[in-house]
Design a protein around this ligand. Sequence first.
Ligand SMILES: [Zn+2]
Length: 396
Amino acid sequence: MIDKTTSILFLLIASSAVLVQCEENATDSFLPLKKAEHCDIEQCQLPNCRCSGLRLPSTDFKGHEKEIPQLITVTFDDAVNVVNYDYYQKLFDGLVNPDNCSARGTFYVSHEYTDYTLVNALYQQGHEIALHSVTHGTGTDYWRDADVERLMAEFGEQIEMLVKFAKVNRKHIRGMRLPFLQISGNNTYEAGKRLGLLYDSSWPTQRYTSPAMWPYTLDYRSRQDCQIGPCPNAAIPGFWVSPMVSWFDTAGYSCAMIDGCIYPPKDDVDAMFNWMMENFKRHYDGNRTPFGMYLHAAWFQRGRHYFEAFRKFLLHVNTLPDVYLTTVSRVIHYMKHPNLGKPFMGCPKKPQATCIKRNCGLRKMETGEIRYMNVCDSCPSVYPWLGNPLGRNEYY
Ligand SMILES: [Zn+2]
């Protein structure tokens, strides 16, 4: 017993010595995380701090809920390629928001099977390009157990790839979503912050759907229900959570992503359209929290009328004078600078990023197979992967 206590004591002394050493070398963002405290509204002020919860973006909005612009975020996950690109083009075709800016979506891109020239095209059209990791992992355990180092590699190297192969400006990459929505407690958010990102959108809420929860920062303890834990309990100042407010299917089950709804309506344009309207109205006729439409393009192939119904819904909401189809990072921008009526000043500039398409046949070193990959400007030497994001030869 004494032995055990002694060794624990030694361990404690040893680890505190390590801690002191780390602190001496650390810059601000590398200090040990502090436990998140109860949110203090007086201390937590916009633009860089917001308590989690149902409070309107500004106290001036009370009684003016109907003047809060209704923001809608349409987001897609996974590889961007010829299989899904046409859907994206048809979906947003001709949609213009009430402020005369084009309707836009957010793409959480993972590396494998991605055609980076098509990512470049989406980027130049003004869509948001965000992160969904290099490997997408092999299952939820990989992500649940991920430490900060693994997460920084998976998301940081995907940034390098998007910059190099799709010519996306580093500063336009602002957000992340974990594969399988599997977060790993504080690690996810610490990695996001260290990578210089603005927000994560992986955390579903079933409890706060009506009224729904607004995006918030992790300066203080989150009130959000933890559906797919572990959830964070540390203070990660200035880093935003864009909660995935659940939908409900026809049997009343909640779904974080549309394609996760187990009992969608029958495969009929009007039935699907009415169902989308029902989900939308919880926001539009309620507190006007951003309405998320989260899915994978494969969902459009699940029913003959799914795409048509989705497009019909977008065409309809696009006729409403106070509805804006925009990106998740623009929603965070709005949360920082909320106002009634028009949500934004002017339209975001469409980036210029000329891309000369190259089709590259590359050896995937892990398996030896040849992979074809379209990139901008020049081919890498080998198939890029975790640990060698730019596909350089000298790594082998
Ligand atoms: Zn995915």
